[in-house]
Design a protein around this ligand. Sequence first.
Ligand code: SAM
Ligand code: SF4
Length: 324
Amino acid sequence: MQLMDNYQRRFQYLRLSITELCNFQCQYCLPNGYRPNKDHHFLTLNEIDNIVSIFTELGVHKIRLTGGEPTLRRDFIDILSMIASYPSVRDVAVTTNGSRLLKNVHHWHQAGLSSINISIDSFSPHLFKLITGQDKLKELLQGVEKSLEVGIKKVKINTVLMKNMNDKLSDYLAWIKQRPVELRFIELMETGESQDLFNRYHLAGHSIELQLIEQGWQLQPKQALSGPAKVYFHPQYLGKIGLIMPYSKDFCKSCNRLRVSSIGKLHYCLFGDAAVDLRDLLASSEQKAQLKARILASLMIKPEKHLLHQHKVGITPNLSYIGG
Ligand code: SAM
Ligand code: SF4
């Protein structure tokens, strides 16, 4: 079985948020820190299991855990092991702020984690603290080395580009020269709560792309079903540079992912105006047929593209709600 929408886009990749809780205060996400919503009860291990079970039956083979900060969940290792136990899941991934990486990545790897995206917005300790509210860069970088050491297959760094803040390409190049790591610049996206910040700091990833091309970097050919990132390589560098440019033309054409929030809502677009509640069908595996029907029906209303250019940011106040 395959998940396909009205625009012939196929979906084999699920981004699953497991909490809204976070211990960082990134300026573009939770500048005042996490504030609990008393009505939000996060998915249980059993509900997560039922989500994974249904989406794998629908052809999904890559699952990324996100949040909030997913690794803050006490049952994070149980969640990893449960997902890894599905033979059809080829990639168990996580996006993390890295705060628990150094001490735990070894256990995560043993539990079945195969890919990890670590958010590092600057290699300058001062700037890192300014952007994230945390003085943890040194420990995070040690965590990245440890991830490579323990044998995590794919290690990537996520850097949200902010104009005149962390946009100096040369600051990143030295670091990836000797490390087989893809560093991905993500264009700052506007959200319900971040309009002023967006106006002040948004920078098109194209400006980085032009510099890369000028310095001899080459575009890697896209593989079938790969997502919207453009990836550049250079013969003298072990690492690669990825660009995620949601404001660029045709960005949504290669959309290959669906999202489920930590309160069990299916978001067919990160910036959509609606989400489909799955929660009432997640308690028991006996409701699978209904759940499947609801997921398939909701896919038919997935929009062709987001409306960010018109500042229509959808229902999500900030990305900690659905994990980016
Ligand atoms: N807490 C984890 C982390 O930061 O890696 C996972 C959740 S976070 C919401 C997922 C990704 O979204 C991070 O790489 C973060 O930098 C990115 N992000 C958050 N808000 C963003 C925004 N407004 N524009 C672009 N990327 C954003
Ligand atoms: Fe937390 Fe991630 Fe949002 Fe930063 S981007 S505040 S680490 S959820």
